[in-house]
Design a binder for this molecule. Sequence first.
Ligand SMILES: O=C[C@H](O)COP(=O)(O)O
Length: 271
Amino acid sequence: MPGTTPAAQPATQHSSLPTTLVGASPKSYLTAPAAVEWIRIVGEGLAAHPERGDGVFACLPFPIIPDAIRALGPLGVLIGSQDVSRHPVGAFTGEVSAELLSGLGSRFAMVGHPERVKYFGETPDDFGAKSRAAAEHGIAPILVVGEPERGHDPAGVIGPQLDAAFGDVSDDAPVVVAYEPTWVIGAAEPAPADHIVGVVAGIRALLAQRSGESRVLYGGSAGPGTFAAIAAEGRASGRLDGIPAGVFLGRAGVDPHGFLATIAEVREHRA
Ligand SMILES: O=C[C@H](O)COP(=O)(O)O
């Protein structure tokens, strides 16, 4: 049908990743009218800024993706999905393939979120298959990693999480890792800044074994104030490698004004 295909963003096999990445995943909170407002307010806010959408991304529910690409793509915002099928195009009723998403211009696909594990029974094998499907179609997987409980050793779980998800992904494909300790997802406050800085530095060291680009983000009850605190801790402790490329908002990004405030904060405090 004429007029129904959005202007696709380029999704080449190895598109480079912005240095800063600040994003939102409003989960399944948005209604249709709220989604229209969200896109409008984010677009107007970014259009008023000299950097526009540079380094900004949003992982949105599937039906909103084409409208978001039309409205926010011209500002430089990269749109992604909150899930992707592990299967190719074909007889997989209800699934949304990486090939379809790529053709629409979607640039990221979330993989490995603890809510996908808890409510939908996804496994490390799913994360690997989904990451591979995404990367094969020029979509950078955003892998959510983190220790399940406060006090668990992050180093003991994150290495295997990376291996399971990226083991079958081409070594030169761009990947994003969101460090989201499960114990702070949906919590009252984020993990302590010194904890985040140490773990982010460790993830960067693990990803250095890959030849492709990678970015490390922090998520988990993040919002205005979170990135500034992490950046201050990284600088105070001399761990600049522990300052993430940005933050990834859940609930705080449902409010488009909260998302815009966080984007401004990351731009002010980035390394
Ligand atoms: O993907 C986002 C994370 O699940 C964080 O969610 P939250 O900020 O609401 O804790």
